[in-house]
Structure formats: structure tokens, C-alpha cells
Design a protein around this ligand. Structure first.
Ligand SMILES: Nc1ncnc2c1ncn2[C@@H]1O[C@H](COP(=O)(O)OP(=O)(O)OP(=O)(O)O)[C@@H](O)[C@H]1O
Ligand SMILES: [Mg+2]
Length: 501
């Protein structure tokens, strides 16, 4: 057996105006969990697409088990034993688990065209090796939670006899428990000799899981080392090119009047008697486990979901917000958790996406003030460090994290008073998070009211003036920054349903 299951040498991949990968190399050993990190736009997804035959590089060599390969399409990569679990899962929700596991492979299956009993058995076996024997292979896939759907995708890779399974930010939409299960599964795969390439912006996950880590910067290889030789600062140094002495550069605004007040919000099975007040000049964070009802609260405030009962007041005035359009007119901006769905028109340029939430600001009579649009866009690109060849690039060409920065820019360009940020730094690299926090600082200092839903406690502790902890649709605790309970332990305790004094 060759020393490396997959090896990349001197690989260069260019796009118009961008060198996404330059002279890149990586060596992946059989049965290792290999982490891959880098800033947004560093080239991680490009590397994956080269390994899976989606992109064909201009230069360089790929070896599988020591033998040179030339992938011309994804099928060739799959046949060579390389599989990928993408963040946006390739599941067909209406189809049963078994059909998803064998998606696109049935006709050439060596078990014959429609040998369903055999397919069920193999699918079940694969799910069992992943530690999920409980998944019924006849069940409609869409009825499974995200974490289990991901398991189905991994089962697909396993039944393809993949020797390298690539996971591109697999934990970004999972809850805490699901992340644990995924990690267990990844370790099981490793113990069976399968190599894993694991991409994540969450450095603590890499330390928990990986055997070795490779860091990329600007499309190039920076370092590869055993995880035991690395620490957070070394990774950040490698990614960003410098140390970050303060990952949470919190600045304080002046707390003003109550901008948003919710009294007794109820929604059957979702929200129970949720009340809170959010003030001008402060960051109010909503903490809790995934599924605690935080996003649902925000959707209700924004008029996206109907309430059964409850009252909302904006700047003291009782309001009845029936739809998001009305919420926006009343000065609420909502950066949602699901940014693909709402935020962007992928086929339009960066500049248009950045300014479209507030077109009236850029009108001059019947015409658009293109100079103003350009100015604002250039400014956003600079302050948020959006990696793009120009403001005229279409958004679909940007990396995942840079698309998210465009959404953040878009909403902060609104003339809103109340900003709701739901998981604002998900998918954003450590360095760029600081730019997002600086934008938050700026808004708060301008006297805006900022509500941040976040599952990352260090971020909550770093940036919030006050925290509301939710669990199962209820408010469990409210903790101010100067309280003794403003710490990780007490917030977690409340999130799990414990009493804090
Ligand atoms: N199809 C494409 N056309 C043009 N440019 C592209 C294309 N795909 C990627 N790029 C550019 O290549 C660079 C690397 O992008 P890539 O998606 O590999 O980054 P990444 O490391 O995965 O970032 P993220 O952490 O944000 O997901 C970026 O500058 C991106 O804009
Ligand atoms: Mg990516």
C-alpha cells in the first residue's frame, strides 16, 4: 500500500481574475483525520472540487494510492474512491433512505437492477457501521433531521467503498448533540482505515478530532503538522499571517431607550410566554441550544411567522406586524440564519447585492446614483474584507464565507434601528469575524439596537451587553454583563434547564 491514499503536487487552479490555488500540495494518509483550514476564499473548496473531479486544474498532479490520476469528471473521482459530503446535502427528501444511499448508482449496481432487499441490507449495514442502525432504510429521507440526513450521505460514501471522504464544513448547521455523533462517526470511519479530510472554521473541533492539519492561505500551502504540535495561535498565524490578540474587540455604546419590547409571545408548540426588552445602544444576545426557539422568536418579531398571542412594542408604540415587509418599514433588519434562501441574488454582482435592500437611498429622481452605489460597495468590501476581484463580480463566484459577508454588508446598509443578527459569524473565518464584530460595534455606537442570536458562547460572552437564555421555547434566564452569572458555565446550565440563582 502506498504511503498516501491521496496526494496532490504543484496544483494550480485559476478562475478569471483569481488564482484560487497556486502550487498547492497536500498528502493524506490512509486512516487519518486530516483537518483543512484557511480564511474565507483561501481555496479550501477549490481544493475539494479538484479532488472530486469537478474542477480540472491547469497544472499539477494528483495521485491515488501512489498512482497518477487525471480526473475529467466527478464519476472518475468517485470510482477512484474519493467521496464528498457537501454542506448543502445532496439528499432527495421525498425518496426513501435506501434510494438516497444508492442515488445515481443503481443501474450499474453489481447486484442487478432492482435488487431492493440487497440494497436495503447494504444500506442498513453501512448505517450500522456509522453507529446509526436505528435509521429505517425505508423511511422518507426528508423526515430525518439534518444530522441524520448527513449520516445518509456518509453512508452513500461508505457503500461506494470510498477511501477518502471529504467533509466541507459539515458541522455548521448541526446542534451540539449532532456534532458529537458526527465526530463519533468520523472516528469510526478512521478506525476502518478510511481517510477523512475535514474542513471547518471551528478550531476547537479540529483540536478535538484531527490527527493532522493543513493550513492554506491565498490559495497556497502554509503548513501541515500533527495536531499535537499545533495550538490555536499557530493555526491563526498560519491562516491570517499574524496573531490576533483580541478575538472579541467589544466596544460599548450608550444604552438608550427601549426600542423593542415583546410581551408574552406564544406560538403553539414553539414559543411559550416569551418576553424581553431590547434597548438602543446595546447588544442583546440570545443563547441556547439549537432548537431552543431563538430563531422562531425572531421570525415572529419580524412578521415571518404568526403568533397565537402576545404583544410587540417598537419605541413604545404597540405594533401589529403582519409580514416582513412591514417589519422592514418599521425599521427592523433581519440577517437570517439561512442566508442562502433569503439574502442573495447569486447571479447579480456584489455591488447590487450590497445595495438592494435600500434602493431608495440610491435614487436620484428617476435614476440611480451609480456613483453612490459604487462608493458604498467599495466601502463594504474594504471594511468587511470581502474577497472579490471587484464589486462587479457576480456573487455566485465568491467563496461561501465571502457570500455571507455580502449579506452582512447588505443588511447593515439599511436605515434600520433594530438589527437582528441570527448566527452572524457562521461560516466566517476567525480573522473576518473581527470585522463583523467591528460592524456590530459601529451600529451600537450609532445608537442602534442589536439583537444577536448565537450558539457560540465565546462570541456571546465577548460581544453581548446582556444575554437571554432560551430553552424549549421559553426564556430561562436573563443575565447582564456585570452579573456574576455572565459566564460560560451558568449560561450553559440555564440552556440545559438548570436553575441559576
Ligand atoms: N467558479 C468560480 N469562478 C470564479 N472564482 C471562483 C470560483 N470558485 C471559487 N472562486 C474564487 O476562488 C477563491 C477560492 O475560493 P474557495 O471557494 O476555494 O474558498 P474557501 O477557502 O472554500 O472559502 P470559504 O471558507 O469562504 O468557504 C475565491 O477568491 C473565490 O472567489
Ligand atoms: Mg468553502
Amino acid at each position: 500500500m502506498a504511503e498516501y491514499v491521496v496526494e496532490l503536487k504543484h496544483v494550480t487552479k485559476k478562475f478569471p481574475g483569481v488564482v484560487a490555488m497556486r502550487d498547492m500540495h497536500i498528502q493524506i494518509k490512509p486512516g487519518e483525520i486530516h483537518g483543512l483550514v484557511g480564511e474565507n476564499g483561501a481555496g479550501k473548496s477549490t481544493l475539494i472540487k479538484v479532488l472530486t473531479g469537478i474542477h480540472i486544474p491547469e497544472e499539477g498532479e494528483i495521485y491515488v494510492d501512489g498512482a497518477r490520476v487525471n480526473f475529467r469528471n466527478p464519476v472518475q473521482a468517485m470510482e477512484a474512491g474519493i467521496a464528498c459530503v457537501y454542506q448543502e446535502l445532496n439528499i432527495v427528501p421525498m425518496l426513501p433512505v435506501v434510494d438516497n444511499v444508492f442515488m445515481g448508482r443503481r443501474p450499474t449496481n453489481r447486484f442487478g437492477l432492482l435488487d431492493y432487499p440487497q440494497m436495503h441490507r447494504i444500506a442498513h449495514e453501512a448505517l450500522s457501521t456509522l453507529g446509526h442502525a436505528e435509521i429505517n432504510t425505508k423511511m422518507e429521507c426528508g423526515k430525518l433531521g439534518i444530522g441524520l440526513q448527513q449520516m445518509v450521505e456518509i453512508a452513500k460514501a461508505v457503500t461506494q467503498d470510498a477511501r477518502l471522504i471529504i467533509m466541507d464544513e459539515p458541522t455548521s448547521s448541526l446542534g451540539e448533540q449532532e456534532v458529537k455523533h458526527l465526530m463519533d462517526t468520523v472516528r469510526r470511519l478512521r478506525d476502518r482505515g478510511i481517510a477523512i479530510l475535514f474542513v471547518s472554521h471551528k478550531l476547537d473541533e479540529l483540536f478535538e478530532l484531527c490527527d493532522r492539519v493543513t493550513v492554506m492561505r491565498d490559495g497556497e500551502h502554509v503548513l501541515t503538522d500533527d495536531i499535537t504540535n499545533l495550538d490555536e495561535d499557530k493555526l491563526i498565524q498560519g491562516m491570517v499571517g499574524r496573531s490576533l490578540d483580541n478575538q472579541y474587540p467589544k466596544e460599548f455604546g450608550v444604552k438608550g431607550s427601549c426600542y423593542l419590547k415583546a410581551v408574552g409571545l406564544n406560538q403553539a408548540g414553539v414559543l411559550r410566554d416569551v418576553s424581553f426588552e431590547a434597548y438602543s445602544g446595546e447588544v442583546l444576545a440570545f443563547a441556547g441550544l439549537v432548537g431552543a426557539g431563538r430563531t422562531e422568536t425572531m421570525r415572529a418579531v419580524f412578521g415571518a411567522d404568526k403568533l397565537d398571542s402576545g404583544d410587540l412594542y417598537i419605541k413604545g408604540e404597540k405594533v401589529n406586524i403582519k409580514n416582513p415587509g412591514e417589519a422592514i418599514r418599521r425599521g427592523i433588519a433581519f440577517l437570517t440564519e439561512d442566508r442562502k434562501g433569503q439574502g442573495l441574488v447569486l447571479s447579480l454582482p456584489v455591488r447590487q447585492n450590497l445595495t438592494m435592500a435600500n434602493m431608495k437611498k440610491y435614487r436620484r429622481g428617476p435614476l440611480l446614483n451609480h456613483h453612490h452605489i459604487r462608493q458604498v460597495s467599495e466601502d463594504n468590501v474594504r471594511t468587511l474584507r470581502i474577497k472579490t476581484p471587484s464589486i462587479n463580480e457576480v456573487v455566485v463566484q465568491l467563496s461561501g464565507g465571502n457570500q455571507q459577508k455580502v449579506v452582512i454588508g447588505k443588511w447593515t446598509n439599511c436605515d434600520a434601528d433594530i438589527f437582528i443578527f441570527d448566527e452572524p459569524t457562521r461560516g466566517i473565518d476567525v480573522g473576518a469575524k473581527i470585522e463583523v464584530y467591528n460592524v456590530m460595534n459601529r451600529l451600537v455606537k450609532e445608537g442602534k439596537c442589536l439583537i444577536m442570536v448565537s450558539s457560540e458562547l465565546p462570541e456571546v460572552l465577548g460581544m453581548a451587553d446582556r444575554v437571554i437564555v432560551m430553552r424549549e421555547g421559553r426564556v430561562m434566564a436573563e443575565i447582564a454583563r456585570d452579573s456574576d452569572h455572565f459566564n460560560q458555565h451558568d449560561i450553559m446550565k440555564a440552556a440545559w434547564g438548570g436553575e441559576i440563582a
